[in-house]
Design a binder for this molecule. Structure first.
Ligand code: NVA
Length: 316
């Protein structure tokens, strides 16, 4: 009988070492070419997908991907489950762990996701929290690799709300990949000092770098990859008007993009708001790779799930 290791989780981008991140990206590329090559959920075993915030890409790409991995994607309606309201995260985790092989959860607090991981006994995957969106970053890095080759040494400019989950995840995942990260946002909308320190320590080992800037033109100048995200993340809707005023200068327009390398690519995790954080001519223009990026969610997440299941089951 295989000996089971403690479950491996993917809660934040730096849960993967640089070598492991490369391994996952290689596997994602392989599964993109051969979608049915990995069958970690053959049986089928079930994977619970729980959403406490809106979703399109994440639900669809996980459901399709889990099916391709031989598993049963089980949608658990967040509102009905009432995790942390109707019963504690710990009790939900214990129950889910007796029924499913993996838990995929989109929620607000990173600390709740960590509790789920501590008590479930099965791999837990972050499908977005207020703090991180690590599955998106595996898809993003896969997309950059497809268009640019090696990741190490590339310069990434992230403009807009750099204090959100995508800003944090780009810092950690980009540093892990040995990239040079320049994040530009208005005062109060950059990652915390602690997050910069956490990413900086990784970058010191991988040869990457992390910089926070107020000036979006400085950030974008010469960049190989230009990234933005909505100014109003899920859960922040009541701040919309104030945010639009403060973020307006950081809109990714064609004029701003013109400062990047001529062959720069543009990423956006979607949903996008044309005329706000990104101009229509940019997201719909020739430098945009957002549809590849959206497709790559499935390939990336399949690789993450397969990696976690292999690491958890292990037979050594
Ligand atoms: N920062 C955005 C990402 C959406 C996929 C949000 O949290 O709403």
């Amino acid at each position: 009988m295989p000996r089971h290791h403690a479950p491996r989780h993917f809660l934040a981008d730096d849960d993967l070492s640089p070598d492991e991140q490369t391994q996952v990206l290689d596997l994602a590329a392989r599964l993109k070419a051969a979608p049915y090559d990995a069958r970690p959920y053959a049986g089928p075993q079930s994977v619970a997908m729980i959403f406490d915030k809106p979703t399109l890409r994440t639900q669809v790409s996980f459901a399709a991907g889990i099916a391709e991995l031989g598993g049963n994607p089980m949608l658990v309606e967040g509102r009905l489950a009432g995790i942390g309201v109707r019963e504690s995260v710990e009790d939900v985790a214990r129950v889910l762990g007796r029924q499913v092989a993996t838990v995929v959860w989109r929620t607000f607090e990173q600390s709740d996701l960590e509790l789920m991981a501590r008590f479930s006994g099965v791999p837990v995957v972050n499908a977005l929290t207020d703090e991180f969106h690590p599955c998106q970053l595996i898809a993003d890095l896969l997309t950059v690799r497809e268009h640019k080759g090696a990741l190490a040494g590339l310069t990434v400019a992230y403009v807009g709300d750099a204090a959100n989950n995508m800003g944090n995840s780009w810092l950690l995942a980009g540093a892990t990949a040995g990239m040079h990260l320049r994040l530009a946002g208005p005062q109060g909308y950059l990652p915390s000092d602690g997050m910069f320190a956490r990413a900086g320590a990784i970058a010191a080992r991988t040869g990457g770098s992390v910089t926070g800037l107020a000036d979006q033109v400085v950030a974008v100048t010469g960049a190989d990859v230009v990234v933005t995200d909505t100014w109003v993340s899920m859960g922040r809707e009541d701040e919309e008007a104030a945010r639009e005023a403060v973020f307006a200068p950081y809109s990714l327009t064609q004029d701003l993009l013109a400062h990047a390398a001529p062959d720069a690519i543009v990423l956006h995790c979607l949903p996008a708001y044309r005329g706000k954080e990104i101009a229509a001519e940019v997201i719909d223009g020739p430098q945009s790779v957002v549809w590849d990026e959206a497709e790559n969610r499935r390939h990336a997440q399949k690789a993450v799930l397969t990696f976690l299941m292999e690491q958890t089951a292990g037979d050594s």
